[in-house]
Design a protein around this ligand. Structure first.
Ligand SMILES: Cc1cc2nc3c(=O)[nH]c(=O)nc-3n(C[C@H](O)[C@H](O)[C@H](O)COP(=O)(O)OP(=O)(O)OC[C@H]3O[C@@H](n4cnc5c(N)ncnc54)[C@H](O)[C@@H]3O)c2cc1C
Ligand SMILES: *[C@@H]1O[C@H](CO)[C@@H](O)[C@H](O)[C@H]1NC(C)=O
Ligand SMILES: *[C@@H]1O[C@H](CO)[C@@H](O)[C@H](O)[C@H]1NC(C)=O
Ligand SMILES: *[C@@H]1O[C@H](CO)[C@@H](O)[C@H](O)[C@H]1NC(C)=O
Length: 500
């Protein structure tokens, strides 16, 4: 733990590509390219790849794609766009892994800056290096996302209750602003830019390097799932686990609505603590809540770990016959979603529309939310998991651009729906309608939830998303990207229209 040197694997991967694409090369684009001297290159193929994201619903074609050979390529490109002035219509969007949901990585016009440093701790494993090596402390559930992409949102998972989101674990950034300046920043040096960029949805600059907190990687993980049928008991136990000091290393949970065959699905990777009891449990269409926790350990200390886990488990009030457990390497645990990805890809179920809705729901409203949403608005969870787990505001820095509810404890509630065409024509429409109903309910009941990975189409909605922080957000935009060149796909600011 503690301040790190620049994370090695990031450095290695940071020799990123920029892509720039021009499907309608007009004289402006030709002269633009002609006078540029770059370490990387602009390319004009891969339109459809660049135009697609994980949401798989929006396909916006960029006009140029730049593969950067260096940070100065990125800065020079932005400076060139700036020099063309407000009327050129050219804009710049960074593309990490294209795992946004609403076409966020794709500018309607202009170029995509394609960056590839990712959250993958795989290199050393391939080398067969068994010594503990430093890894980030705070992760996302899925690793095949870019660092720039997750730091532009927050980077949340089951470790965030303890270590904060990924944006709370950054020491220093290198950022190319919307003026085309490459700037080093931290909480003490160019602090306003540093905080602006964290959770900044790509609005203020392009992250080209990040120095983040590391810890020695644990070797193994005890991975446990238990079920509850009572929501109040489930969340009380979750809240207890995130408030005590001796606790699990990861706390998440998910909601299971009218699913059959659930326990069978788990058997491949989890086994029941008490096989004799498990037959007594029938899920039978009930709404169930699954608490998922892990404890890191070194195989030499297996006994100590088991004792700590047992102590924690005795404080929990899950249905006794539903204790499932597994032991896996830390890296396999971190990469767990990728295993599901591979299975879904084989069935053609990965590259399908993903009408996701992610909410941060304040504790004060979580019971009313659950009463109305689980079972009434959402009547089954067969089309994708519904995650639900608590976070503590105290390890979120309120100077960043990330928006969270104004309460000490709030819950990530993530409706991660897939809408494959095999589920019927109206599957996507139904999922979108369901999201709308959830948002409408939150508004009507004054739940004060905030969207995570927010999606709005009007500036008015963005203003209300930011609330009292809107003026700071707007001021920062004016300071760091005065022509509103960056990340236009978020539809927060419009180039030229808003800025003189
Ligand atoms: C399967 C899956 C699982 C996920 N799990 C989690 C999770 O557990 N926790 C969580 O917090 N999130 C999760 N996410 C959401 C994810 O963090 C965001 O969608 C993130 O933006 C994806 O990164 P990306 O590299 O794909 O970004 P892209 O889609 O390429 O870009 C996303 C946004 O970030 C901006 N951006 C990208 N790179 C940079 C950069 N270098 N500098 C500045 N701005 C940049 C772009 O302008 C764009 O607006 C998940 C997404 C998927 C698809
Ligand atoms: C949130 O975190 C702070 C700081 O660690 C702690 O004092 C507080 O008790 C936590 N709140 C809850 C409800 O866990
Ligand atoms: C649960 O699903 C089954 C079949 O999918 C359906 O017949 C039943 O009505 C559902 N129950 C509830 C409570 O929604
Ligand atoms: C941020 O939090 C600090 C205390 O942690 C508080 O003094 C300050 O007013 C907060 N700022 C904003 C903008 O909420």
């Amino acid at each position: 733990m503690g301040a790190s040197p620049i994370l090695k694997l990031l450095m290695a991967l940071l020799l990123a590509e920029i892509n720039s694409r021009n499907s309608h090369p007009d004289s402006l684009h030709v002269s633009f390219l002609h006078s540029m001297s770059l370490d990387g290159q602009f390319t004009f193929h891969d339109v459809h790849q660049a135009a697609t994201d994980f949401g798989n619903r929006y396909h916006l074609l960029p006009s140029m794609v730049l593969h950067p050979g260096s940070v100065s390529d990125i800065a020079a490109t932005v400076r060139r766009v700036v020099s063309l002035g407000p009327s050129s219509g050219l804009t710049v969007a960074a593309r990490g892994e294209g795992h946004s949901l609403q076409g966020h990585h794709c500018p309607p016009r202009g170029r995509i800056v394609r960056r590839r440093p990712r959250w993958e701790p795989m290199d050393r494993r391939l080398e067969g290096d068994s010594a503990p090596w430093p890894l980030p402390m705070s992760w996302t559930d899925y690793l095949h996302l870019s660092i720039g992409g997750t730091l532009s949102n927050a980077g949340i998972s089951g470790q965030a209750f303890r270590h904060g989101p990924q944006i709370s674990n950054v020491h220093q950034l290198e950022v190319v602003t919307g003026k085309g300046e490459a700037v080093l920043c931290s909480s003490t040096h160019n602090a306003d830019l540093f905080h602006a960029v964290l959770g900044g949805l790509g609005q203020f600059g392009i992250i080209t390097r990040a120095r983040i907190t590391l810890q020695a990687a644990p070797k193994m993980v005890k991975w446990i799932r238990v079920l509850y049928s009572d929501f109040a008991t489930f969340v009380e136990d979750q809240e207890m686990l995130i408030s005590v000091t001796k606790t699990f290393d990861y706390v998440e949970g998910f909601v299971i609505i009218n699913r059959t065959g659930l326990l069978n699905n788990w058997r491949s990777s989890f086994w029941p603590k008490d096989p004799a009891l498990v037959g007594q449990f029938e899920s039978q269409g009930r709404t169930l809540f699954c608490l998922e926790v892990t404890k890191n350990f070194d195989p030499e200390n297996h006994g100590v770990m088991m004792q700590e886990v047992d102590e924690l488990l005795t404080k929990l009030r899950y249905i006794p016959s539903t204790l499932f457990e597994s032991e896996v390497s830390y890296l396999d645990f971190l990469d767990r979603v990728h295993a599901s990805e591979l299975k879904l890809r084989l069935k053609g179920l990965w590259e399908v529309p993903h009408p996701w809705l992610n909410l941060l729901v304040p504790k004060a409203g979580i019971h009313e939310f659950a009463d109305e949403v689980f079972g009434k608005i959402v009547t089954e969870s067969n089309n994708g998991p519904i995650l639900l787990y608590p976070l503590n505001k105290s390890n979120w820095d309120n100077r960043t651009s990330a928006v969270i509810p104004d309460e000490e404890v709030f819950f990530l509630v993530a409706f991660l729906s897939s809408a494959p065409s095999s589920s019927g024509q109206d599957c996507l429409a139904r999922a979108l309608k369901q999201n709308e109903r959830i948002l409408e309910f939150c508004k009507k009941a004054n739940i004060k939830a905030k969207q995570y990975l927010p999606y709005y189409t009007t500036q008015e909605d963005w203003r209300s998303h930011y609330g009292p922080r809107w003026e700071t957000f707007r001021r920062r935009k004016q300071t760091y990207d005065p022509l509103a060149i960056l990340a236009p796909e978020q539809r927060i600011f419009q180039k030229a229209a808003d800025w003189p």
